[in-house]
Design a binder for this molecule. Structure first.
Ligand code: IPE
Ligand code: IPE
Ligand code: MG
Ligand code: MG
Ligand code: MG
Length: 293
């Protein structure tokens, strides 16, 4: 199947699951803000990785629906909070005013909180397609990746480093935490949705995920400099304006681009032990390095 066909089909699929869960909120303005942020045109990369990994290992899309929707909810909450005045203070996200701009700061904080909680409601909801012990592992995977040993650790390193300096080793660690952790969790949850697998396969998938996770954030740093605000859907040049430490600011644009290509090769070579069913994972690795949004 062509990448664009798989992509359209799977984003429709995860959106259908998200629609079921996001429509329920006790208060209309909260529901509106949550809906606004979830259905604002994100790339749905993390759900794609859940589906693609599950497929690569012979699992079904039905088993991947719940982790795919849950990780997207957690991701969207992280974007809402990342954009807040106290963190990155951004006005534009996915081509629209950020949640706190479209609503209010307090509504953005609370709708982020609600989406964080909703991610765990979704991942723990009963499914006949996932074995209960594997579902518990998924809940734990999501909890670890989204918390103080993952995304939030990366975010606080980022915040504390703003306007100062970081060495390359710490910058890499920050990127692997703030962005890589959820990407690794997406792949791990897709694997859990598929059924039992060998240690060799687990190791290869982790290698793949770690390589594209870091490549994705370096590409994000590059696009902040070279991208187009219209296409990106977020304001170009925001990192420099805010004094962020990024790959280009530390090693330059050319070296950053070379690093992205090396990581792409690493990701592709990690897939060599899988058969043709891993095509979408391969296509997603290509997408991460070629993307302009
Ligand atoms: C943006 O993630 C935040 C980073 C981790 C760089 P995406 O680029 O995946 O954002 P959406 O979901 O497509 O808007
Ligand atoms: C990713 O870093 C942050 C998250 C974990 C949400 P950025 O702050 O660079 O992401 P963008 O550029 O605002 O999307
Ligand atoms: Mg940030
Ligand atoms: Mg940001
Ligand atoms: Mg960025």
């Amino acid at each position: 199947m062509r990448f664009s066909e798989s992509y359209d089909y799977l984003s429709g699929r995860v959106d259908a699951v998200l629609k079921i869960f996001v429509k329920e909120a006790e208060e209309a303005s909260l529901c509106e803000a949550m809906h606004y942020s979830v259905f604002s045109g994100g790339k749905r990369l993390r759900p794609m990785l859940v589906y693609a990994t599950c497929q690569a290992l012979g699992g079904t899309y039905k088993a991947a629906d719940i982790p795919a929707a849950a990780i997207e909810c957690l991701h969207v909450y992280s974007l809402i909070h990342d954009d807040l005045p106290a963190i990155d203070n951004d006005d534009l996200r996915r081509g629209k005013p950020t949640c706190h701009r479209a609503f209010s700061e307090s509504t953005a904080i609370l709708s982020g909180d609600a989406l964080h909680s909703l991610a765990f409601e979704i991942i723990s909801s009963p499914s006949i397609y996932i074995e209960p012990s594997r579902q518990i592992e998924m809940i734990q995977t999501l909890g670890i990746a989204g918390g103080a040993k993952g995304l939030i650790a990366g975010q606080i390193i980022d915040m504390l480093a703003t306007g100062t300096h970081l060495d390359l080793c710490t910058l890499e660690r920050m990127h692997r935490l703030k962005t890589g952790a959820l990407i690794r969790a997406s792949v791990q949850m897709g694997a859990l949705a598929s059924g039992p697998l060998s240690q060799e396969h687990i190791n290869s998938l982790n290698r793949y995920a770690d390589a594209i996770g870091l490549a994705f954030q370096i590409q994000d740093d590059i696009l902040d400099l070279e991208g187009d605000t219209e296409v990106l859907g977020k304001k170009k040049g925001a990192d420099i304006l805010q004094g962020k430490v990024t790959y280009p600011s530390l090693i330059g644009l050319d070296e950053s681009k070379r690093k992205v290509l090396t990581l792409h090769e690493e990701a592709v070579s990690a897939l060599l032990i899988f058969d043709d069913k891993s095509l979408l994972l391969r296509q997603l690795a290509d997408f991460v390095v070629k993307r302009n949004a």
